[in-house]
Design a protein. Structure first.
Ligand code: RIB
Length: 320
């Protein structure tokens, strides 16, 4: 298809460096027969506590499933939730020298998971609201071959992360959870990763009034603002759209779904890792789709991230 790699910094190593700037949460999870309606109480299963947060999940995915040299810029509190997260991050090989300890509770996510694996999540940001891109963090970001951020930290942090990267280094934004983006955020994005709902939200009135619009139409609307868009489609794979190129449809990988929590994060972390080693965006999305599919076959967010060997073995069996 003649696609060129998303521009990576000259001399990007075979196993590239990824800087993730974002949130870390302790996930407090209950399996439920169905998600409760407003005002309703339902009984669920046993409580599980596990490492999560979109930033930390993506960092673990970039390191473990993507094989990248990965650093997280984030913030944790003085509590035992922070210890759960640090164990998970270091266990996956993520460098935590960019993680500040602050006087606020570690971010916490309250999650219910229904029998079909779908989740509903409420996040109490806590320490994530105190993430900063200070001078030491800027140096970590400036050393990366790809910079990846999400929207569970303040928007000025997202802008500062993008601006701390070296010239030519791609800034990948996973616009989750969905929120309105001011112009300075749009300006710096090289690759926007969104699911269909986020794509419709961000595509503005044209997208929002027609949420049933095809992903390729939503992507075209978003390409007016950013040079490349990846729309994740759950079990149906992903769509890669770039200005001046035909869209590439990445097929889904059939698996038994146990828990979808963090699958999108696994996708984003692996996408960034693949870009950091110089893959083109379509191939990066193919590997990321495989990794995201493997992640939904297990419980949890970081706990469900597959190893690199498993991802590559499964990728080799997927055509394209
Ligand atoms: O994307 C999944 C993540 O969203 C969970 O781990 C939870 O912490 C929230 O940030």
């Amino acid at each position: 298809m003649g696609e060129q790699p998303v521009s990576t910094a000259a001399g990007a190593p075979a196993s590239g460096r990824v800087a993730v700037v974002g949130s870390a949460n302790l996930d407090v999870v209950v399996d439920v027969p169905r998600h409760p309606r407003g005002g309703e109480t339902i009984l669920g299963g046993d409580l599980r506590r596990s490492p999560g947060g979109k930033g930390a999940n993506q960092a673990v995915a970039a390191a473990r499933a993507g094989g990248a040299d990965t650093v997280l810029v984030g913030a944790l509190g003085p509590d035992d939730g922070a210890e759960v997260l640090l164990r998970s991050l270091t266990g996956a090989g993520v460098r935590t020298d960019g993680v500040r300890r602050v006087a606020a509770a570690t971010g916490t996510a309250l999650i219910t998971v229904s029998p079909d694996g779908e989740n509903a999540i409420v996040v109490a940001p806590g320490a994530n609201a105190r993430v900063v891109v200070d001078e030491p963090a800027r140096e970590l970001v400036a050393a990366a071959d790809v910079v990846l951020a999400q929207l569970e930290v303040p928007l000025d942090v997202v802008v500062a992360a993008a601006r701390a990267r070296r010239p030519g280094v791609p800034f990948v934004l996973n616009a989750a959870p969905s929120r309105e983006l001011p112009a300075p955020v749009w300006q710096d994005v090289d690759v926007l990763v969104v699911n269909e709902h986020e794509a419709a939200d961000l595509a503005g009135p044209d997208g929002a009034t027609q949420p049933e619009r095809a992903p390729s139409e939503l992507a075209r609307l978003l390409l007016a603002r950013v040079p490349a868009v990846v729309v994740t489609l759950g079990g149906d794979g992903a769509l890669v759209a770039r200005r001046g190129h035909d869209d590439v449809r990445v097929p889904g990988v059939r698996v038994d779904v146990v828990d979808t929590t963090g699958a999108g994060d696994t996708f984003c972390g692996v996408l960034a890792a693949e870009l950091a080693r110089g893959a083109d965006l379509a191939e990066a999305a193919r590997v990321a789709t495989v990794a995201g599919a493997l992640a939904v076959t297990r419980h949890g967010a970081q706990d469900a991230v597959p190893g690199r060997a498993e991802v590559l073995t499964r990728r080799s069996r997927v055509p394209g």
